[in-house]
Design a protein. Sequence first.
Length: 276
Amino acid sequence: MNKTTSLKQRIGVDIGCKLSVEDGIRWAADNGVRFIDCEIDIEPNALESFDQTRAGSIREMCNALDVHLGLHTLSAVNIAEFSPFVRDAVDDYLRAYIDAAVRLNAKWVVVHAGYHFTADRDRRIEVSLERLRRITDYAQSKGVKILLENLNWEPETAEVHYLAHTVDECLLYFNAIQSAALGWAFTINHATLVPEGIAGFLKAMPTERLGEVRLADNNGKYELHMYPGEGIIDFDEMFRLIEDTGYMGHYMNAFGSLDDRLRAREDLVRLASGEA
């Protein structure tokens, strides 16, 4: 792979809830990072704190410092929830994230398909799919792009299993919801935990809907977010496969500390060139 300079510029950092959004933007600009993801669930980034004044200041910072902001909802919030009262709260939660994205001029919002328990998979999928249809329609009406993330496999003996973790499950959602407002956040370390692997996802999935590639290494056995090069993923091959689809969007480091995520940008460029 070539164009390593532009590749580094395209690798962002998932800030999560480690900093306030404002401090995250400043940190990114100071370190030459152009793309960041932030969670806005708890202080100092509680959803309800983003009034027009705070949101306006953040918009100005992003514009002035050339930082592209995305939001990332919590996977702990079950998008497949069907219990009374709670199910309405899940819809409210997702709409609130989309409304915040409008105020903040966030470029994308990462969402999830939820999770099921041992005996209720089919019902949970039905509920999850219907909710994501509603939320996609709402996002489209607000001019917001949402990105559905492929989540991780859990052992068969686990009581809880994430939805949209296999190729077939992911295709179920993307085939059912054809809206341009719904894109794909591809988490590569999650893909290594299922037989299809990274290559299988990229072969089967609609890569024209790819909006973010989330990076971490993995041991291939269970859910881990390891530093690139410490696990089993061939990053040279991974970058080649993704770039060969024509993808020109951003990548997002999601492992370790912020310093790890920053330092890894250089290491990922090196790994992408085939260097050990």
